[in-house]
Design a protein around this ligand. Structure first.
Ligand code: GSH
Length: 331
C-alpha cells in the first residue's frame, strides 16, 4: 500500500470547503478595518498591538497545511471554522466597545489552540498502526482487511511476535494480536476490528446499521470459533471428521443466515460497512481453508464477496496470499 492520504468520500465536500475558507480572512480584516462612528470603513491609523496579533494569526491560518483538514476523523473542524463568521458578526455588533479587539483576540486564541491540538491529533492518526502478530491469516485478518478497505497503511510486525513469549508481560491480556497506535495498545481481535473500522469510517453512525454491522461481526466470530474447534478436534482422523462436518453442515447453516440478511442486495446495508468486510474476511478464511464449495448454494454471497473484493485495497491483501491458520486438508 502506498503512503498516499485518501480522504473518505463522505468528507469530500467538507474538505473542499475548508481548503478555501474565506471566513478567517474576513474576520481578520474586519478587525483591522473597523467602521468609524459614521459607519464608514476606515483603516486604523496605525496598526496597533491587538490588530498585529490578529494579522499574525490570520497569516498563520493562511499557511496551515490544507491536508490538516483531510483527517477523516475530524470533520468537526468544519464547525470550528464557522466560528470566525459568528465572531465577525459579533465584532460588528459590538463595534462601539473599546474592548472589541480584546474579545477578538481571546476568540482567536481559542480557535487556534484547538487547531493546533487537532493538528497534533492528525499527526498521530496519520502514524501507522502497528500490528504485532505472527505472519498468518488468523485473528488479525479482519482488522487488517478493514484498513485495506479504507486504504490506510499499517505495519505488520511479525518480528516482535516471533520473539514470543518475550512480549507477553507487556500485553493487556498476555495474548496476540495487538495493535500499537497513537500511544495506545489495542488488544482483543474484535475490538481491533472495530477500532480499525472507526479509523476508516466503516463503522456506521446510524444506530440500526451499526447493530446489523456488529451482529455480522459477532456471527463471523462464531464461524471463526467453528473453525478453531475443528482445528483442535483431536488426532488427524478426528480433525478430518470435524472439518467435514463444518464444510457440509455447520458452515452452510451459518452462511444461510447471512444470505437471508443480505436479501439479494449488493451490501448488507445501502453502503458497505464493517459488517461487509467482516463477512468477506470470513468467506476468504473459509476459502483458504478449502471449504467454500458450498458457496455454489449461495450465489448472492459469492456476488457480495466479489463486490467487497473491489473495495479500497483489499485485493492486495488477498494477492499477498499469506499463510492460512486454518487448513481443513479436505479435497
Ligand atoms: N480473545 C483474544 C484471543 C487471543 C488469542 O487466543 N491469542 C492467542 C494466539 S491466536 C495467543 O496469544 N496465545 C498465546 C497465549 O495465550 O499465551 C482475541 O480475540 O484476540
Amino acid at each position: 500500500m502506498g503512503e498516499k492520504e485518501v480522504p473518505h468520500p463522505h468528507d469530500a465536500t467538507a474538505i473542499g470547503l475548508l481548503k478555501i475558507n474565506p471566513l478567517p480572512i474576513i474576520s481578520s480584516f474586519q478587525s483591522i478595518f473597523v467602521p468609524n462612528k459614521k459607519n464608514k470603513l476606515v483603516s486604523q491609523t496605525s496598526i496597533d498591538k491587538p490588530s498585529s496579533i490578529i494579522t499574525f494569526f490570520f497569516i498563520l491560518k493562511l499557511f496551515t497545511p490544507s491536508n490538516l483538514y483531510s483527517n477523516p476523523l475530524h470533520p468537526p473542524l468544519l464547525t470550528l471554522n464557522k466560528i470566525p463568521l459568528y465572531l465577525s458578526v459579533f465584532t460588528i455588533h459590538f463595534n462601539c466597545f473599546i474592548a472589541k479587539d480584546v474579545i477578538v483576540i481571546i476568540f482567536l486564541f481559542i480557535i487556534y489552540s484547538k487547531d493546533i491540538k487537532d493538528y497534533k491529533l492528525y499527526n498521530n492518526i496519520m502514524s501507522k498502526p502497528r500490528f504485532v502478530y505472527w505472519k498468518l491469516n488468523a485473528r488479525a485478518q479482519m482488522s487488517m482487511l478493514m484498513l485495506h478497505a479504507g486504504n490506510i497503511d499499517y505495519i505488520w510486525d511479525s518480528d516482535s511476535a516471533n520473539t514470543w513469549p518475550a512480549l507477553k508481560n507487556e500485553l493487556p491480556f498476555g495474548q496476540l494480536p495487538v495493535i500499537y497506535h497513537d500511544n495506545l495498545i489495542v488488544a482483543q481481535s474484535n475490538v481491533m476490528t472495530r477500532y480499525c473500522a472507526e479509523l476508516c469510517k466503516l463503522s456506521p453512525s446510524d444506530p440500526h446499521e451499526s447493530l446489523l454491522a456488529n451482529m455480522l461481526i459477532e456471527h463471523c466470530d462464531d464461524i471463526f470459533n467453528l473453525f478453531a474447534k475443528a482445528k483442535y478436534a483431536g488426532d488427524e482422523e478426528d480433525q478430518t471428521k470435524a472439518w467435514l462436518d463444518v464444510r457440509d453442515n455447520k458452515l452452510p447453516e451459518k452462511l444461510e443466515y447471512l444470505s437471508r440478511l443480505l436479501k439479494g442486495k449488493t451490501f448488507f446495508s445501502d453502503n458497505h460497512h464493517m459488517g461487509d468486510i467482516a463477512v468477506f474476511s470470513t468467506v476468504y478464511m473459509a476459502n483458504q481453508a478449502g471449504l467454500t464449495d458450498c458457496l455454489v448454494l449461495f450465489p448472492d454471497l459469492k456476488r457480495h464477496y466479489d463486490k467487497v473484493f473491489e473495495i479500497g485495497d483489499i485485493k492486495s491483501f488477498v494477492d499477498a496470499n499469506h499463510k492460512p491458520y486454518f487448513t481443513s486438508g479436505l479435497k
